[in-house]
Ligand binder design. Structure first.
Ligand SMILES: [Zn+2]
Length: 250
C-alpha cells in the first residue's frame, strides 16, 4: 500500500536498518526500513523521526511491513533546535503511538499531530498551551473525554470555580464540590479553555489565550487526564517535565 504517514518512533537495528512506528490515516503501523541509515539510501531522508512522508509499504508474512519507497512531504526539523520542543514532540509521538488510534480516529490524530508540530516549529505559540491542546484533544479523539458541559450535581455551567474529577471525568460546581469535600481545581478561564479544546472545530482548537495562573491549571488537568487514561506514564514524560514543568508557568 502507499500511504502518507508520520514517523513516531525510529529504532536502529543491525548495521543500517531502522524499525519505524508510523501514524497513517488508517492506523499505526510498524515497518522496517532496511538500509535506511546508509547515507546513499533513497530512504535515508524520509524515514527519520518526525518525517511526514509518502510511504510504499509491503506487508510481510509476520504482519510487519517493510518500506519499499518513501518520499518526504515535510520534515519538522526545526523541533531539534530547541530542547523543549524536541522533548514535547517525542512525548506527543509516544502518546499517539500508545493511544494507538485506528480508522477515523487515526486520521484525526494525524491531523492533530501535524498541526501541533507545525505550530511548534513556527515558534509563535506557547509550548505549554500546545501541549495541553494536543494532550486533551488527542485523548478526546481516542475516546477519552471528560463531561465538561455542566455540573454533574446541579446542572450549573458557569460562575465560580469548578472541580474536575479526573478519575470519573465529571465536572462539579464549587457548591456541589464542597458538599463532597472537594476544592475547585479549575477557574472560569481554565474551564472555558478546556471546553474550547474539546468542543471547537479542528481549525480553532489552538486559538485562545490564558493568563499564566489559568494555563497552569489547564496544564495540570491535562496531564492528570493523560496519567489517568494510560496504564503507565509515558517514558518520555519525565524528560519533558524536566524541561517543561507546568509548575513553572508563572
Ligand atoms: Zn453543582
Amino acid at each position: 500500500m502507499t500511504t502518507p504517514g508520520l514517523v513516531l518512533r525510529e529504532v536502529k537495528f543491525r548495521e543500517s536498518d531502522r524499525m519505524l512506528t508510523i501514524l497513517t490515516p488508517q492506523g499505526v503501523v510498524s515497518a522496517s526500513a532496511k538500509g535506511s541509515l546508509r547515507l546513499k539510501s533513497k530512504l535515508f531522508s524520509a524515514c527519520g523521526l518526525f518525517c511526514y512522508s509518502d510511504f510504499t509499504l509491503y506487508e510481510g508474512r509476520d504482519g510487519v511491513y517493510s518500506v519499499d519507497e518513501a518520499q518526504v512531504r515535510r520534515v519538522f526539523f526545526e523541533l531539534r533546535s530547541r530542547v523543549e520542543a524536541l522533548a514535547l514532540g517525542m512525548y506527543l509521538a509516544e502518546l499517539a503511538a500508545t493511544l494507538h488510534p485506528t480508522g477515523e480516529e487515526a486520521a484525526g490524530m494525524l491531523r492533530l499531530l501535524l498541526n501541533t508540530l507545525h505550530l511548534m516549529c513556527e515558534g509563535k505559540k506557547d509550548l505549554y498551551q500546545l501541549r495541553a491542546v494536543a494532550e486533551l484533544r488527542g485523548l478526546a479523539i481516542a475516546g477519552y473525554m471528560p463531561d465538561v458541559v455542566m455540573c454533574a450535581g446541579c446542572g450549573r455551567y458557569e460562575g465560580g470555580g469548578f472541580y474536575l474529577d479526573i478519575a470519573t471525568g465529571a465536572l462539579w460546581c464549587q457548591e456541589c464540590a464542597e458538599k463532597n469535600g472537594n476544592t475547585p481545581n479549575l477557574d472560569a478561564a481554565a474551564l472555558s479553555a478546556l471546553r474550547h479544546i474539546l468542543l471547537a472545530d479542528d481549525k480553532k482548537i489552538f486559538s485562545f489565550s490564558l493568563a499564566p495562573a489559568s494555563l497552569r491549571r489547564l496544564c495540570w488537568a491535562s496531564q492528570m487526564q493523560v496519567l489517568q487514561v494510560l496504564e503507565r506514564p509515558p517514558k518520555t514524560l519525565e524528560f519533558l517535565n524536566s524541561v517543561l514543568p507546568y509548575e513553572d508557568i508563572k
